[in-house]
Design a protein around this ligand. Structure first.
Ligand code: CU
Length: 350
């Protein structure tokens, strides 16, 4: 009898979870693929979206991915899809070097692997199509679930320089890939931060990107690690749950709440914050928390403006102070040897 009760409870529990899953599938946002920054388009069912990406040379010896000819950036565009959707990417290689695009987290055949190992790459000047699929969570047995594709992932070259794309990664061929579960909360703004050896988005302080949002805006961060060094990502005055979405799903959600997380080569995570929540507007720092890395340029500013977009008191002074810093230029090799960083303050601020 007790067993029956337990079983029935188990079934009821499972049924509830299945309903929740179904509600998510049929839920509020519908299915779509969006391939530009911002809110994904809405559609009723799983779709196949075809896009063209151009790999192009950029000033300073960089190479980037872009959604238009002449539109390449480092990092490349944020690519988004809903679980169940398919993304067909026609990659145009406008360079004179072998390169590819290789995704993390989604489903693909060996032909779309993006690795020379599988003969999957663009020769110089070649155009090639890669297909990325995704799937929803499935129930295996009882309460066991096999994960779907939803997550904060990334894509990158896997063919330039070496068979692992080490040269392409060093030059900026990388970007964020988000697979959403239907019903996920969508952000107002997106920020991609890539810790790539001793660089952030292939730049070093004070020339690292300054990201901006207005107080209360929902800002989605996608953090990605590349290169050969260990990093930790820290954001001042904001915090998130260490789970798939970065949000707690209820008062008893056991996810740890953090403001600092390992960001090692090949890994990625994402989260959403309400800009300035509980702390107000201001110039907040983001940086690698490996001290020898932050001291030598792995730091930047998250500028939270007032809700009306105006500058909060003290923010410009903080930015000036940050830009007055003269961070010692450091190569990856130099960083590995723990030399004392020079940290020279610029003007007196008077
Ligand atoms: Cu670091």
């Amino acid at each position: 009898m007790n067993d029956n009760v337990v079983n029935r409870d188990g079934e009821n529990h499972l049924r509830r979870r299945s309903l929740l899953a179904a509600a998510g599938v049929l839920g509020l946002t519908g299915g779509a693929v969006a391939v530009t920054r911002g809110e994904p388009a809405r559609a009723a069912a799983a779709v196949t979206k075809k896009i063209t990406i151009y790999a192009e040379n950029l000033p300073g010896g960089l190479i980037g991915y872009g959604l238009t000819r002449g539109g390449a950036t480092v990092p490349g565009p944020v690519l988004e899809m809903y679980e169940g959707d398919t993304l067909e990417i026609t990659l145009v290689n406008t360079t004179t070097q072998r390169l590819s695009i290789h995704p993390h987290g989604v489903d693909y055949s060996t032909e779309s692997d993006g690795s020379p190992f599988n003969d999957s790459f663009n020769a110089p000047g070649e155009t090639r199509t890669y297909t990325w699929r995704s799937h929803e969570m499935t129930t295996v047995a009882g309460r066991r679930f096999m994960p779907g594709s939803a997550g904060y992932w990334h894509y990158h070259d896997h063919a330039l320089g070496t068979d692992h794309g080490t040269g392409g990664l060093a030059k900026g061929l990388y970007g964020a890939l988000i697979v959403r579960r239907r019903g996920d909360i969508l952000p107002d703004k997106q920020i991609t931060v890539v810790f790539n050896d001793m660089l952030i988005n292939n730049r070093t302080a004070p020339n690292t990107p300054m990201f901006e949002a207005n107080l209360g805006q929902r800002v989605e961060w996608i953090a990605i690690g590349h290169g050969s060094l260990f990093h930790t990502f820290h954001l001042h005055a904001h915090r998130w749950a260490d789970n798939r979405t970065g949000m707690l799903e209820g008062p008893s959600d056991p996810s740890q709440v953090i403001d600092n997380k390992d960001l090692n080569p090949g890994s990625a995570f994402g989260f959403q914050v309400l800009a300035g929540e509980a702390v107000g507007p201001g110039a907040w720092m983001y940086h690698c928390h490996v001290q020898s890395h932050s001291d030598t340029g792995m730091a930047g500013i998250f500028l939270v403006r007032n809700a009306d977009g105006t500058m909060p008191p003290g923010a410009q002074e903080a930015i000036d102070r940050f830009q007055g810093h003269q961070h010692k230029a450091a190569s990856s090799a130099a960083a590995a040897t723990a030399t004392a960083p020079t940290h020279v303050h610029g003007g007196t601020g008077s």
